[in-house]
Design a protein around this ligand. Structure first.
Ligand code: HEM
Length: 427
C-alpha cells in the first residue's frame, strides 16, 4: 500500500491559518539557533505560543500544554510525517529509493492507529527491563575497552569518534541481534541517517545516504531471513517467533521493517545524549565531583540533561481534519512542528528553567521522549545506556574535562542536536 511507505515525500501544504502570527526569518536551521537554541526558543514562545514559520512551512507549537494535547490526540494529529524528509529529495536520491526491492513499510513512529497499536503490542515485549539489563555486561565491557583505547592514545581525545558514536551503535546492534563481525559495515550504513529526514543535505549527500539506506534495507532482509533459521536471545528472534505464532497480526514485512527502523532510532540520539551529558556535567566541576563521589545521583542527572540539553528538540505531526491549535483555526493537512526546546524551559513548570540542577524534583517531566501512543519505546533503554556510560566515565576518569576554547559545531538538523565533535582531556 502506497500510504504505508516508510519514507514519503511531503505533500502540498494548505495556506497558513488565518490570523496566526507569521515568522518570516526563523528556522531551526539558522546558525544562531543551531549553536544555542534555548534562549531563542523561549523568546519565540513568550512572543507567540503558536506561530507559522514561513521558511519551514510548519505551524510551530512552543508550549508544553499544547504539545501534550497534540501528542495525546493521535486521531487529529497524525504522526505519518515524522520520518519524511523536511526538504524535497533530489531526483537522483528518489531514483535510488525507487528500487523495486526497497519496500520497508511504516511500522512504529510513523504508522497510524490501529495498525501501530497492533504492531507495538509485539515490539513492546522486546523492550522489557530484562532484555535491556542483559545488555549491561556488553555496555560495560565495550565501554571500558573504548576508554582503555582512549587512555592509551594520550591525554586528550575526540570523544564522538572514540566512544559516543561506536558504543550506542554496537549496543543497539547487539539488541537487534546483528553479528559483531558486521559492526563496521553497519556503522557506515547508519552513519548519518539523521541528515536524510531532518537535515538539509545536498543532492549528492541525499543520494549517498539513500544508497546506504538501500544497502542497509537489503542487509536487514537477509539478516531477518537468516534469523528465521537460526534463532538467538535477541529482539529479532523474539519478533520472528511472534510473527510465526500470529502471522495475521504481525506480518513478516513488518518484522523486517521494525529491524530496519530500530538501528536508527536507537543510535544517533544516544550518541548525542552522552555528549550533551558531558557538556552539562564537566564544566560544572562541583556537580561532576558530586557525581563521581555518589553515582546514585546519575539517573536524575540524566533526566535533567534530557530536559536542559536534549538530543531531540522537536518532533512533527500532521493534522488529519480541520481543527484548532492555540486558538487558531487550522486546516487539515497542516504540518506541525512541536518545539521541545521551548517547552522544556517553561518557568511555570520548571523552577529557574535555565539552571541545570541534577537535584530538580520534576526533571522527568521533560517532553524529550514524546507522549501518548507513540511514546519512545526506547526511553528506558536510552536513559539506562546514558547512565551506565556516565557511570563508567566518572569511575574511570574523574579528572575528565572539556578541552578549553574548542570550537563547537552542530550539524544542520531541525530535530536532533548534539556536537559533531567533543574534545576531552584528563590528567
Ligand atoms: C536520548 C535518546 C532518545 C530520544 C531523545 C528519543 C526520542 C523519541 C521521540 C521524541 C519519539 C517520538 C515519540 C512520540 O511521537 O510521541 C521516539 C519514538 C521512538 N523511539 Fe526513541 N528516543 C531515543 C532513543 C531511542 C532508543 C535507544 C530506541 C531503541 C533502541 C528508541 C526507539 C524508539 C521507537 C521504536 C520509537 C517509536 C515508538 C512508537 O511509535 O510506538 N528510541 N523516540
Amino acid at each position: 500500500m502506497a500510504g504505508d511507505k516508510y519514507h514519503q515525500e511531503r505533500l502540498e501544504t494548505p495556506p497558513p491559518p488565518v490570523g496566526c502570527p507569521m515568522h518570516a526569518s526563523w528556522s531551526p536551521l539558522n546558525e544562531d539557533y543551531l549553536a544555542e537554541p534555548y534562549a531563542i526558543a523561549s523568546h519565540l514562545r513568550d512572543a507567540h505560543p503558536v506561530f507559522y514559520a514561513e521558511e519551514l512551512n510548519y505551524l510551530v507549537v512552543t508550549e508544553m500544554e499544547e504539545i501534550e494535547r497534540i501528542f495525546n490526540d493521535h486521531e487529529t494529529f497524525a504522526s505519518v510525517n515524522v520520518q519524511d524528509p523536511v526538504f524535497p529529495l533530489a531526483p537522483e536520491a528518489q531514483q535510488v529509493l525507487s528500487a523495486e526491492d526497497f519496500n520497508p513499510v511504516a511500522v512504529m513512529s510513523n504508522r497510524p492507529e490501529p495498525d501501530h497499536g497492533r504492531i507495538r503490542k509485539y515490539t513492546r515485549q522486546g523492550f522489557s527491563n530484562k532484555r535491556i539489563k542483559t545488555l549491561e555486561p556488553f555496555m560495560r565491557r565495550r565501554g571500558n575497552q573504548l576508554i582503555d583505547a582512549m587512555l592509551a592514545a594520550g591525554s586528550s581525545a575526540e570523544f564522538v569518534d572514540a566512544f559516543a558514536f561506536p558504543l550506542p551503535g554496537e549496543t543497539v546492534f547487539r539488541f537487534i541481534g546483528f553479528p559483531e563481525a558486521d559492526d563496521e559495515l553497519l556503522k557506515q550504513w547508519c552513519g548519518d541517517r539523521k541528515a536524510f529526514s531532518w537535515g538539509r543535505p545536498t543532492g549528492a549527500q541525499q543520494t549517498e545516504i539513500a544508497e546506504q539506506m538501500l544497502a542497509y534495507w537489503r542487509y536487514c532482509r537477509e539478516f531477518t531471513a537468516s534469523k528465521q533459521a537460526n534463532r538467538g536471545d535477541d529482539f529479532t528472534s523474539e519478533l520472528i517467533t511472534a510473527h510465526e505464532e500470529n502471522p495475521d497480526d504481525i506480518t513478516y514485512r513488518e518484522v523486517e521493517s521494525v529491524v530496519y527502523g530500530l538501528s536508527f532510532a536507537g543510535h544517533e540520539a544516544v550518541t548525542s545524549a552522552i555528549c550533551n551529558t558531558l557538556q552539562c556535567l564537566l564544566p560544572r566541576r562541583d556537580v561532576w565531583t558530586e557525581i563521581c563521589a555518589d553515582p546514585t545521583l546519575i539517573p536524575n542527572a540524566v533526566e535533567e540533561v534530557m530536559r536542559f540539553n536534549s538530543s531531540q528538540i522537536s518532533w512533527r505531526r500532521l493534522t488529519t481534519v480541520d481543527t484548532t491549535v492555540g486558538g487558531y483555526d487550522v486546516p487539515a493537512g497542516t504540518a506541525i512542528f512541536m518545539n521541545f526546546a521551548s517547552a522544556n524551559r517553561q518557568a511555570d513548570i520548571f523552577e529557574n528553567p535555565n539552571e541545570f540542577d541534577i537535584h530538580r524534583p520534576n526533571a522527568a517531566q521533560n517532553i524529550s521522549f514524546g507522549k501518548g501512543v507513540h511514546y519512545c519505546l526506547g526511553a528506558r533503554f536510552a536513559k539506562f545506556e546514558t547512565q551506565v556510560m556516565t557511570e563508567i566515565l566518572a569511575d574511570r576518569i574523574p579528572s575528565l574535562r572539556l578541552v578549553e576554547d574548542q570550537s563547537e559545531s552542530y550539524s544542520p538538523n531541525v530535530t536532533f542536536r548534539g556536537p559533531t565533535t567533543l574534545h576531552l582531556a584528563w590528567d
